[in-house]
Design a protein around this ligand. Structure first.
Ligand SMILES: Nc1ncnc2c1ncn2[C@@H]1O[C@H](COP(=O)(O)OP(=O)(O)O)[C@@H](O)[C@H]1O
Ligand SMILES: [Mg+2]
Length: 291
């Protein structure tokens, strides 16, 4: 399980003069890695490169032993890849079942009987069995999102690249999705971007934080959380030195930043640690800009 399955080395991607990714070096192994970062951090760009939807401008990319920079490499990767893009359209007129069946055909499942069994399996996996005969246009947003996830699970791919798969799902659906992804992560390499730090805390052993196209953190979730120890405290009011502060349901204020000496410190969670990491990086960048 310790073998590297995906390796990015000094990878860069630019749109015009703007760098969406700069010098990204990252190695992934089987298991679930969470990808966090503010909007515009470069998450989608990185995931599209891994999913062979976009070519890197600089650096080297190796995915499941193949080079997605070559046509044969891309085909080899695509045969073992499941991908949930951030945004998707749907061909008109398909039912949920026929949409998945069509994608399974594109994924080279030529025998109708085994293909239909596989489509039924992934439909069941994402809890869409009841609506499988319905047209995609009649499904809710959350149902469509799960349909996209279902197509990614066809054939139990070795690599799952999931761009904000939990967006639009209710808590019960997110719970079920975690179960599905947890199982997939027992053998596959799973990279999942999300704005929900709870998803990462619940699912991932490892987390990568991107900001401004660079890797700010890459390591164990517990190590990132530990970085916030001593920097989260409760008080009756917002503290001027807090980077972030919000009134909680109890009426007291959770402060995140540099506490005063007598602060009532509490255990940080992943969200605190993430906010501090991104906030401190912005602060350091500001200092660099003025010096
Ligand atoms: N097709 C594109 N053309 C021009 N700029 C783009 C394009 N796609 C992304 N960008 C820019 O690249 C940066 C990274 O975007 P993206 O990878 O979508 O970030 P994220 O998914 O973390 O929100 C942003 O500044 C974004 O505006
Ligand atoms: Mg994105």
């Amino acid at each position: 399980m310790n073998t590297t399955t995906v390796a990015l080395t000094d990878v860069g991607k630019s749109y015009g003069r703007a760098d969406a990714l700069s010098d990204v070096t990252l190695a992934l192994r089987p298991g679930i890695t969470g990808l966090l970062g503010p909007n515009g951090a470069g998450k989608t760009t990185m995931l599209r490169i891994l999913a062979t939807a976009l070519a890197a401008d600089r650096g080297t990319v190796e995915v499941l032993g193949s080079d997605p920079g070559t046509a044969t490499g891309r085909t080899a990767v695509r045969r073992r890849l499941g991908y949930v893009p951030q945004e998707t359209g749907f061909p008109r007129g398909f039912t949920a079942f026929s949409f998945l069946d069509y994608l399974a055909i594109l994924k080279e499942w030529s025998d109708a009987e085994t293909r239909h069994a596989e489509v039924r399996r992934v439909v069941e996996l994402v809890d869409l069995t009841d609506v499988a005969p319905k047209r995609v246009s009649a499904l809710s947003g959350g149902q469509r999102r799960r349909l996209v996830l279902a197509q990614a699970m066809i054939g139990q791919p070795d690599l799952l690249v999931l761009d904000e798969p939990t967006t639009g799902l209710d808590p019960a659906q997110r719970g079920r999705l975690r179960d599905v992804l947890g199982r997939a992560g027992e053998s596959a390499t799973v990279l999942i971007s999300t704005h929900q730090t709870e998803d990462v805390a619940a699912l991932c052993e490892r987390v990568v934080v991107l900001d401004g196209g660079r890797v700010l953190f890459d390591g164990a979730v517990t190590d990132l959380v530990r970085q916030a120890t001593g920097r989260v405290w409760m008080a009756d009011d917002r503290h001027p030195a807090a980077q972030h502060a919000w009134r909680t349901g109890t009426g007291r204020v959770r402060n995140v930043g540099d506490p005063p000496p007598d602060a009532e410190l509490i255990e940080p969670d992943l969200e605190d640690a993430y906010l501090l990491l991104v906030g401190d990086a912005a602060h350091d960048a500001g200092l660099e800009a003025v010096s």
